[in-house]
Design a protein around this ligand. Structure first.
Ligand code: FES
Ligand code: FES
Length: 125
């Protein structure tokens, strides 16, 4: 299967790979898995007191599209408010990366990871 150029770019040069300290109170963590393939994505947000996402990092154990999707969303959410980030949909990710139908669930994983991180943030407030 052919990957789009954007997927290859993010896969070969993933942005914001890594972890923040989970015990830091400004860090929210979202961890999700895709039942279809077993891939796992961990996404962390550093959130300011005013609810602005100052930084994001990810670790993804999965396919190229899942890595590209998570790399892309870490770039997208930086500087956004929690409310804006919550509206991010997998369709935008899939369109940006030109994902084929069989890889749509990889972008859903990224959307779920953002939402899980925001849930974590809210539950700890
Ligand atoms: Fe193999 Fe996602 S299906 S890594
Ligand atoms: Fe499952 Fe990409 S194949 S996340």
């Amino acid at each position: 299967m052919a990957y789009s150029e954007k997927v290859i770019d993010h896969y070969e040069n993933p942005r914001n790979v890594g972890s923040f300290d989970k015990n830091d109170p400004t860090i929210a963590t979202g961890m999700v898995g895709a039942p279809a393939c077993g891939d796992v994505m961990k996404l962390q947000l550093k959130i300011s007191e005013g609810g602005i996402i100052e930084d994001a990092k990810f670790k993804t154990y999965g396919c190229g599209s899942a890595i590209a999707s998570s790399s892309l969303v870490t770039e997208w959410v930086k500087g956004k408010s929690i409310e804006e980030a919550q509206k991010l949909s997998n369709t935008e990710i899939a369109e940006e990366l030109a994902l084929p139908p069989v890889k749509i669930h990889c972008s859903i994983l990224a959307e779920d990871a953002i939402k899980a991180a925001i849930e974590d943030y809210k539950s700890r407030k």
